[in-house]
Design a protein around this ligand. Structure first.
Ligand code: AMP
Ligand code: MG
Length: 302
């Protein structure tokens, strides 16, 4: 997934520590398996096979179905701002190691957008199949890391661990099932200052940050973000950092990407439909910072 994985868990005693190490190794193996299934770069991954399958019924694994279902939920609750079928457009803007020679014209974008849209697939939960009505292609870059974090966290909980952190490149789950002491998570200053912009106190939650300027293509002085608006096909043009805290890391991951597309005003509206999430949006420009809160994030910052 092009990033690091870090797992820390609290144990007492030598025996518990060696058992915990084994559990951490198993969580890493699970993470690797998920990477293998969801990779866009590996031509034999399940995702690549799905993308190469042009039309008709695709038999999917349970993991693939589950991720697709969560993606459809995030897609609908964000009114389409989260859209993993954006893949051909992301590719055209030079991502996936392709590089950007020249930005696409409006006509070219319109043509690419014709193949985008989650209505071009239908899932059959009972049979574990996906019906492709068109040659729709998916990119789980906006939600896959969070989903993998949830699966690894689930493994650790099943093995009896109650206080741990799983951090996959900044997509985090913090567990503290019985101990009510919260984990403290620093939000990186979007202007690059050393001290965190804010510190959030929480437990048993997923936390994810999407920043429009983490990953970009540059042409001359113009920077093209890796987060693309599915309605226009263009990269988001504001410098924003969106942190979401939710019951699962997958939800936090998908929503943070979508909210980066929607911008603070519409993100706040969607946030009202989801009372169990919290969010902090920081816009930056030459003048400084503009801060927006989703639901009552202030209650977690102390
Ligand atoms: P994140 O870092 O979680 O915000 O995810 C960004 C990645 O998600 C990009 O690198 C793309 O692979 C993918 N992506 C870009 N725009 C969207 C979008 N509107 N909906 C879903 N995924 C997207
Ligand atoms: Mg995301």
């Amino acid at each position: 997934m092009g990033t690091f994985l870090e797992i820390k868990l609290a144990v007492d005693g030598h025996d518990n520590a060696s058992r915990a190490l084994k559990d951490i190794e198993d969580a890493f193996i699970l993470g690797k398996d998920m990477e293998a299934a969801l990779s866009l770069y590996d031509k034999n991954s399940e995702l690549s096979r799905f993308n190469q399958h042009e039309y008709g019924v695709f038999k999917a694994s349970n993991i693939f179905m589950e991720l697709l279902e969560i993606s459809l939920f995030v897609h609908s609750v964000t009114e389409g701002a989260f859209d993993p079928s954006i893949k051909p457009v992301v590719e055209r803007w030079g991502f996936y190691d392709r590089g950007l020679d020249a930005p696409p014209s409006d006509e070219e974008l319109l043509l690419l957008l014709a193949s985008v849209g989650m209505d071009k697939l239908e899932i059959d939960e009972m049979n574990g199949t996906v019906l492709k009505h068109a040659n729709i292609q998916l990119d789980f870059g906006g939600i896959g890391k969070g989903f993998a974090v949830d699966k690894m966290s689930g493994l650790l909980i099943d093995r009896g661990h109650d206080r741990f952190i799983v951090n996959l490149g900044g997509d985090i789950y913090v567990a503290s099932l019985y101990d009510e002491t919260p984990w403290r998570i620093g939000i990186k200053d979007p202007k690059g200052k050393k001290t965190p912009y804010a510190v959030i106190n929480t437990r048993n939650k997923g936390v994810a940050t999407s920043a429009s300027y983490y990953n970009f293509q540059q042409k001359g002085n113009i920077i093209y973000s890796h987060i693309i608006c599915p309605f226009t096909g263009s990269p988001v043009d504001h410098r924003s950092s969106v942190t979401i805290i939710a019951d699962s890391s997958a939800l936090a991951d998908g929503l943070s990407t979508a909210f980066a597309v929607l911008g603070p005003g519409r993100a706040k509206d969607v946030g009202r439909k989801l009372p169990d999430i919290y969010g902090l949006i920081i816009l930056t420009n030459e003048k400084g910072y503009e801060e927006y809160s989703i639901n009552d994030i202030e209650s977690l910052i102390y």
